[in-house]
Design a binder for this molecule. Structure first.
Ligand SMILES: [Zn+2]
Length: 80
């Protein structure tokens, strides 16, 4: 797995939709590559923020579009 592979598989990884082999090689790469580690970490936090739906200091329009896009793509387990 290289950096490009991590970017390609990132949303599957965060969805926990990767098969074990792919997931493992991605995690091994993360241990050695600070850039990708940061990317995954930042993306996870961003998703958490959006999934928790705290208002952000962005314009209403931008926030809504981002939120909708992320929810559609990544938030598979809404809190009930
Ligand atoms: Zn990398």
């Amino acid at each position: 797995m290289n950096c490009r592979g991590v970017v390609r598989e990132l949303s599957n990884y965060l969805d926990e939709a990767l098969d074990n082999g792919l997931r493992q090689s991605l995690e091994i790469h993360l241990e050695h590559c600070e850039d990708c580690h940061l990317l995954v970490d930042t993306t996870k936090k961003t998703i958490q923020i959006f999934c928790n739906s705290e208002p952000l200091p962005l314009s209403e329009d931008v926030r809504k579009r981002l939120h909708d896009a992320l929810l559609k793509r990544l938030c598979h387990h809404p809190k009930s």
